[in-house]
Write a protein that binds this ligand. Structure first.
Ligand SMILES: C[S@@+](CC[C@H](N)C(=O)[O-])C[C@H]1O[C@@H](n2cnc3c(N)ncnc32)[C@H](O)[C@@H]1O
Length: 329
């Protein structure tokens, strides 16, 4: 019922395509001409395990955040661009040593990784007509991981064969990502750079796929950020964004439970007011010439401690879109 309501909202807000995703099979609702919906089933290669919690947002004016140390070193050119929120940078700088501690503050990202990689693999393979069962289906694809942090997502993308560029505004994150990637010859090919999406746009860089996972809720101007993601995406390329819904359920679980009760995340990791609903994300991506074609939620099973893909986007969700080709005639 809720999903139908969301789909109706999406239809009203923008002419996009919305796909629900189940645990082991995807139910695709593809927008067809004359408002007809064609439904097809898709079996994903695997149903990756996920782990605990999501993210939370923190009450505005959180004292810990306001007194948090400024990032030791950030790219000053990048920091003057529209997506950079200095308070957010200070948070990530303060905990940057812990990126690869799977029981530390980034535990939820480690736990979420198999499911989001599964979604990305499925959607990109379908879009770029690659075999999802091959060992390196992304061979030859240029992917940028915007706000890559310590490289938790960049590394599996490289293992899937992509030529990966990881960028982050916090210099220490990039250094940690570099050191960790160099531990494996396959991931040592990742190019890491301390910069922003806007700076890459200025350099006229383009990628087959642009991914921003759990970043948009930390940027100063989400609409401008999406414009930059779109500008980095080649025509007919792919853009993937994951984030947290601004729902009461997300407030209760991703903020109150994850930050204040379970202490999975430092208090203040997420600002309620900075979260976007799926409808809002679809709209700002649409305005940036990215048409959202698939969306899935991530749900946490407290009994197994794992996350899985779902059509429940009420807390954590991920969207796949394609860049609308500009008519040149
Ligand atoms: C929650 S972490 C997500 C890390 C990574 N995407 C993942 O999911 O594993 C958010 C990251 O975005 C970075 N970030 C925030 N604003 C940014 C911006 N405007 N440009 C680039 N990186 C940014 C932060 O430094 C941090 O590393």
């Amino acid at each position: 019922m809720a999903t139908k309501f969301r789909i109706n909202q999406l239809r009203a807000l923008s002419s996009t395509v919305f796909h629900g995703i189940g645990d082991s099979s995807y139910l695709h609702l593809i927008r067809a001409p004359q408002n007809m919906y064609h439904i097809r089933h898709f079996s994903d290669a695997s149903s990756p395990p996920l782990s605990p919690a999501s993210y939370s947002s923190a009450p505005p004016q959180n004292a810990e955040l306001l007194t948090a140390p400024r990032p030791e070193k950030i790219n000053r050119n990048a920091s003057t661009t529209s997506s950079v929120n200095q308070i957010e940078l200070a948070k990530f700088s303060a905990i940057s040593d812990t990126w690869w501690d799977s029981e530390g503050p980034f535990k939820p990202l480690h736990a979420l990784n198999p499911s989001r990689v599964s979604f990305i693999r499925s959607t990109l393979c379908r879009h770029f007509r690659r075999d999802p069962c091959s060992v390196r289906p992304f061979e030859g694809l240029k992917i940028v991981d915007v706000g890559c942090g310590g490289g938790i997502l960049s590394e599996p993308l490289a293992r899937l064969g992509a030529t990966v560029t990881g960028i982050d505004i916090v210099d220490k994150n990039i250094k940690i990502a570099r050191v960790h990637a160099d531990l494996d010859p396959v991931t040592s090919t990742i190019e890491y750079c301390c910069t922003t999406a806007e700076n890459l746009v200025e350099q006229q860089k383009e990628f087959d796929a642009v991914i921003a996972s759990e970043v948009i809720e930390h940027v100063a101007d989400p609409a401008a950020f999406c414009q930059s993601l779109a500008a980095l995406t080649v025509p007919n390329g792919a853009t993937v964004v994951s984030t947290i819904n601004r729902s009461m359920r997300a407030f209760a679980t991703a903020i109150v439970a994850a930050e204040y009760i379970l202490h999975w995340l430092p208090r203040g990791t997420h600002q309620w007011s900075s979260l976007l609903t799926p409808e809002e994300l679809v709209l700002i991506l649409q305005r940036a010439s990215i048409s959202v074609e698939e969306m899935a939620g991530f749900v946490y099973n407290p009994l197994t401690g794992q996350w899985s893909l779902s059509d429940d986007t009420s807390v954590n969700y991920i969207a796949f879109g394609t860049k609308i080709s500009q008519q040149t005639d």
